[in-house]
Design a protein. Structure first.
Lengths: 895, 123
């Protein structure tokens, strides 16, 4: 007797074996030596996720109830593989070209990346799949129970078994389903494990079948007779059910999320479909070959009331063949786990891509710009989704009580996902299909499916009251869930499938015809429908050499020849390929993409790489992303340009400043040189004459007096020069404090004339004054200084025979002009601007005895007082004009 | 009678001082106080020595020196330069132009006298 514990041990060992297989396959794939793992036979075997525990165990039970009808479940996919090969090829091509990640992605992408459709399909898929996952959990726990002898293990143990199975599957799926976020969503490890499980399933069923036919049935011939004699032979074939269920199975085969996952998403090479088109029907034929014998012998040998759904397991057990039973158990275990794993991966992809990500992105204010960030969120949401989906399945199993109600779930789920069919096929064959149509069709189909199939199945006593089932809601006869529009007599399954799909299709077509597609929808529609015109043909991994060459050429163009050469050679060395081109292993392609992204942006790099490696065409999204990048680059370059203009301006300013400093430095040198000269000249006289006096000798008294006078005069000259210099320096540095006083221009003029009386002997001065009595407020002493300077200048430099100075005061609005005009020779125009510069002397300095600082000082003073002094041209002599603003308010205040 | 010295200088007090010093030592001193016509004055006077100020009205002492050196008649004429701008580059410029002696103002009377004697006295 196999104990419960041993069974657990064997299951665990098997699971560990699967982990090892998946790990090994993943490792090989990462090293880029996938080779035989991408063989068409692996692909074909992976398609066997179609055969779940429901078909593994349930087909026998189905046969005991309905005879050959179970064959329809295999017939549908067979028809698809053989007859609808074109559809599959188109799906696979679209999937690869547009990097479709799930059936929700397919439908949403086709209809203009519609979020609503993505959410819809995802939700329906979860609703349709959860009971199915529960069914798998149930079948595994039931098989545990059967092994133990029914009723031996208590309810508690069974439920915890189911829980641990769910948890184990969650771990496996999280590890191998979200190991990396491949752009193509391929999971080599998982596919490999599924393929191994497919072999175990088939081997187990065939082994049991062989044992039954030859061991128990007495060989094929005897077996045939037994079958003929059994009551099952009398079961009538209902044509409508046959057609209905075959069609439903065919539709489900195309639309089931897990089938889409293995068939389209995990497909590595379109040509694998060719092999699968004959190999997979063969696989299903082998799976179904021994169903009837097992059913017949089971009914014959097993005690009345035993569950025919478990004959595969209990029949060998009852015959003492525990080894066979163990194999059968592992076969069922494989069937259940492979379905759950793939379904969880497919659903988690859909949930995270179409529900979690849109929500997350919309909560990100600035939009997710950091791709690593998105990756992180995506992976985490993927993992959480897997755990949630499996937990949901477990909860459903617990709530449904694990009863027989689950047995019907298989077909119901098939009919549910079949609702995707119109939108999917319409999307890839009819350009006129629109988002509105797809939404209308899908929702119509699902509502009718729920109303006619799902809800009634939950139990007549459950959701719908009996009266409702019999008489329709609110006595609306035509709304009876199993006889819509008064059409009675149809089998409930056929009825539900017929109405849901018919109305679904009708709503889809009408909705599409009444609505207008958006531009993006139209583009996507054309791309999907005409996928064979737009995309390149199959180009598998066998052409890696060519791909590597193409990659090299592209990399050279973008990175530059030497950089690309270096990159490829380093990789080739790492792969041990010497001078050959390296294999385009996933890591290498990843790295290359990153390198290229550094130069041309992420979206562009990705589009180019996938064009070469995956043969994918550049999609509209890619183009938009590329355009975005280009815009960003342009923006960046604009900014750079602005920066460079700014820099140029700054450099210009610096240049100007430097020139100014240089000029100032030159000026300073000239100034120092001038000062040196102005100081040394009087010093020279003083020293020389003082030496003469000191040496004594034969100097006459008048000589002595004269030389002493010279020394004295030069000393005074020196002192005055120093005074002026200090004065100018203070004025120029702006360090002076103006002593504001009130007075009239008349007072200032009088004071200036009085002070320069000694110096102006012989100069006739006339005053011509108006408005000089107004009170002004300014630094009166400084103004006096200016006036004295101008008056004494006239006295010094006027060369007329009868020198004459006219001082004129007149008003010009708020300005007072004070003109000093003599009858001298005037100053040539070219020199007029020079006279205010320091040390500028036009006439013979000997006559002046000054260093040429006077006018410079005047100019500084007037500028400090808010006025100006300038040369007055055209006066007939030498003229200067002092202009001073007189604040009206000041004048008024003084009155 | 001593030799002829031409003093080209525009500052009257300095003219007076140098004239006094040299005359007392027996030199005959003529003066010219403008840059213009200085060359002509030299050529007509043919002095044994020229004392030349740098900062003169109309024509600088450097220009005058260059013209003197360019003319074969005066190329060898001893020239003593006086300047109130005592920077090194002034001295360098003067030496490049072929000055015989360069004295910075203010000077000591004995220096002037010694230089004049050295330059013209030997002959």
């Amino acid at each position: 007797m196999v104990t419960f514990n041993l069974l657990i041990l064997v299951s665990l060992a098997y699971v560990v074996f699967l982990f090892a297989v998946a790990f090994f396959a993943e490792r090989r794939a990462q090293q880029g030596i996938a080779g035989w793992m991408r063989a068409p036979m692996i692909y074909t075997l992976s398609l066997s996720v179609y055969c779940t525990a429901w078909t593994f165990y349930g087909a026998v039970g189905y046969a005991t109830r309905s005879g050959l009808e179970f064959v329809t479940i295999y017939l549908g996919p067979t028809l698809v593989m053989i007859g609808w090969w074109g559809i599959l090829r188109k799906l696979v091509r679209i999937g690869r070209t547009h990097r479709i990640t799930s059936i929700a992605d397919l439908i949403s992408s086709r209809f203009g990346k519609s979020t609503a459709l993505g959410v819809c399909v995802t939700a329906f898929a979860v609703i349709g799949t959860t009971p199915y996952i529960a069914l798998q959990l149930q079948s595994v726990t039931l098989s545990f129970d059967a092994f133990n002898g029914p009723g031996r293990a208590d309810e508690q143990t069974l439920q915890s078994t189911a829980f641990w199975i769910a948890a184990g599957l969650a771990i496996f799926t999280v590890i191998f389903g979200t190991r990396n976020l491949d752009a193509n969503e391929r999971h080599h490890g998982v596919v490999m494990a599924i393929a191994v499980e497919a072999v175990v399933k088939l081997a187990a069923l065939v082994a049991v079948g062989v044992f039954v036919v030859w061991g128990l049935g007495g060989g094929p011939l005897a077996m045939m007779q037994t079958i003929e004699a059994s009551p099952m032979a009398d079961l009538e074939l209902q044509t409508s059910r046959w057609i209905g269920i075959t069609f439903t199975a065919a539709a489900a085969f195309l639309c089931l999320p897990r089938m889409f996952q293995v068939m389209v998403v995990e497909n590595a090479d379109e040509r694998h479909l060719g092999t699968a088109s004959w190999a997979f029907p063969l696989y299903m034929m082998l799976m179904s070959l021994f169903v009837i014998p097992i059913a017949v012998i089971g009914l014959d040998l097993m005690p009345q009331g035993s569950n025919p759904d478990l004959f595969v397991l209990t029949l060998p057990l009852s015959q003492g063949r525990e080894d066979l039973a163990m194999l059968a158990f592992l076969g069922g275990f494989s069937a259940a786990t492979s379905m759950v794993i793939v379904a969880a991966i497919a659903l988690s992809t859909m949930v995270s891509n179409h529900i979690v990500m849109p929500i997350w992105l919309s909560t990100q204010k600035d939009g997710a710009t950091v791709s690593g960030d998105v990756r992180h969120v995506l992976l985490r949401s993927r993992r959480l989704s897997i755990i949630a989906i499996l937990f949901l399945g477990y909860i459903y199993y617990r709530l449904s009580g694990g009863g027989t109600a689950l047995a019907a779930i298989g077909l119901i789920a098939f009919a549910g996902v079949a609702q995707f069919l119109p939108a999917m096929l319409g999307g890839i064959f009819w350009r006129g299909a629109t988002r509105v149509g797809a939404l209308a069709g899908l929702s119509t189909g699902f509502i009718i499916w729920m109303y006619t199939m799902l809800l009634p199945s939950i139990g007549v006593a459950g959701v719908f009251p009996d009266a409702w089932m019999q008489g329709g809601p609110a006595d609306l006869h035509w709304l009876r869930p199993q006889a819509l529009f008064g059409i009675e007599g149809l089998d409930p399954v056929v009825h539900a499938v017929f109405w849901s799909l018919t109305l679904n299709t009708a709503a889809f077509i009408i909705g599409s015809m009444l609505s207008f597609p958006s531009p993006l929808e139209r583009l996507q529609g054309a791309q999907f429908v005409n996928v064979f015109d737009h995309s390149t043909g199959p180009r598998g991994w066998s052409h890696t050499g060519a791909a590597a060459e193409d990659l090299m050429m592209m990399a050279q163009r973008i990175l530059g020849p030497s950089e690309a050469q270096q990159l490829f050679q380093a990789e080739a060395r790492r792969q041990g390929k010497g001078v050959d081109l390296p294999d385009p292993s996933p890591e290498f392609i990843d790295r290359l993409e990153r390198e290229l992204a550094g130069s041309v942006g992420g979206a562009t790099a990705h589009a180019m790489i996938s064009q070469i490696v995956g043969g994918a065409t550049v999609s509209v999204q890619d183009l938009m992303a590329v355009a975005d990048e280009a815009a960003q680059i342009m923006e960046y370059s604009n900014q750079l340009e602005a920066k460079s203009v700014e820099l140029e301006n700054t450099a210009g300013k610096l240049r100007d400043a430097n020139e100014m400093l240089t000029a100032l430095s030159v000026q300073k040198d000239a100034f120092l040189s001038q000062i040196s000269h102005e100081l040394r000249t009087p010093m020279t006289s003083i020293r020389s004459f003082s030496e003469i006096l000191r040496d004594g000798g034969d100097l006459t008294r008048p000589e002595r007096a004269k030389y002493s006078d010279i020394i004295h005069a030069e000393a005074i000259r020196l002192t005055r020069l120093l005074d002026n210099l200090l004065d100018l320096s203070v004025l120029e540095n702006g360090q002076i404090d103006l002593e504001l006083q009130r007075g009239t221009l008349r007072q200032v003029l009088d004071r200036a004339l009085a002070s320069s009386e000694a110096a102006t002997e012989g100069l006739e001065i006339t005053l011509d004054v108006t408005g000089a009595e107004d009170v002004i407020e300014t630094d009166l002493d400084r103004l006096t200084q200016v006036f004295i300077n101008l008056i004494t200048n006239a006295a010094k430099y006027c060369t007329a025979k009868e020198p004459h100075l006219r001082i004129r005061v007149h008003e010009d609005g708020p300005i007072r002009h004070i003109d000093f005009i003599d009858n001298g020779t005037g100053i040539p125009q070219a020199s007029q601007s020079l006279i205010f510069e320091k040390f500028s002397r036009l006439s013979d300095q000997a006559a002046a005895g000054s260093a040429g600082l006077g006018l410079a000082i005047c100019r500084e003073i007037m500028s400090k007082l808010g006025g100006e002094v300038r040369y007055l041209d055209g006066t007939g002599g030498t003229g200067f004009r002092v202009s001073l603003p007189t604040g009206v308010n000041i004048a008024a205040a003084a009155e | 009678m001593g030799k002829h010295v031409l003093l080209i200088e525009d500052e009257p007090n300095i003219i007076e001082a140098i004239k006094f010093i040299l005359s007392r030592d027996g030199w005959s001193v003529d003066t010219h106080s403008n840059g213009a016509n200085a060359i002509e004055r030299v050529q007509s006077m043919r002095p044994d020595l020229v004392i030349l100020d740098v900062m003169l009205p109309n024509k600088s002492g450097y220009d005058i020196l260059r013209d003197l050196r360019d003319n074969p008649m005066t190329a060898k004429l001893p020239v003593l330069m006086l300047t109130a701008r005592g920077q090194t580059k002034d001295r360098e410029l003067a030496e490049r132009l072929g000055v015989n002696e360069f004295i910075t103002k203010p000077f000591s009377n004995s220096d002037i006298l010694a230089s004049v004697r050295a330059l013209a006295g030997a002959g």
